[in-house]
Design a protein around this ligand. Structure first.
Ligand SMILES: [Zn+2]
Length: 167
């Protein structure tokens, strides 16, 4: 029972590169702020994803665009998958984050729009270098809801902003 509850409360994926994160590149070296977001999740997530893209772009200075990934630009693939280690979503990336995959689960698809958007904000935060926040003061809180049952504030902390600005 304890294990079940623990798994249910930890709904989001820890960043797999949390320890060290040594392979961060400066994608500006790729010569363009354009990051292609290749979407394979369909209408259920579409408007939330669009909203999240413009939200996270404000902090990264990137120009994320929905469209097929292209050689020479960073790429974020957003797919429907339940291979999320028991979490609502899971983000992983290749060295330098040149290619990132965000998996959105069927469980997440059943959540309401604001919750879906909150999680996509969070995962795009990971995709651009943000880590978890141990306090519920930003979208990087690692759960669907704060302890007071509210969604995490739609913002990033000062240190998260510093990471995102390095995208
Ligand atoms: Zn997370």
């Amino acid at each position: 029972m304890t294990l079940v509850l623990a798994a249910a409360s930890a709904t989001l994926a820890p960043s797999p590169a949390l320890a060290g994160d040594p392979l961060w590149t400066t994608p500006r070296l790729l010569g363009t702020p354009i990051v292609y977001v290749e979407e394979h999740v369909g209408a259920r997530f579409d408007s939330a994803l669009r909203s999240s893209i413009s939200f996270v772009d404000r902090y990264t200075g990137s120009d994320m665009r929905l469209g097929r990934c292209r050689t020479g630009s960073r790429c974020i693939r957003v797919i429907r998958s339940n291979a999320t280690h028991g979490y609502g979503a899971w983000t992983s990336w290749t060295p330098g984050r040149k290619t990132t995959v965000i998996r959105l689960s069927a469980t997440l698809a059943r959540k309401n729009w604001h919750t879906r958007r909150s999680i996509i904000d969070h995962e795009l935060g990971h995709a651009n270098g943000a880590r978890h926040n141990s306090r519920c003061t930003s979208r990087m809180w690692p759960d669907y809801r704060c302890r007071n049952k509210q969604l995490p504030a739609r913002t990033f902390t000062k240190s998260e902003r510093a990471m995102l600005a390095k995208w």
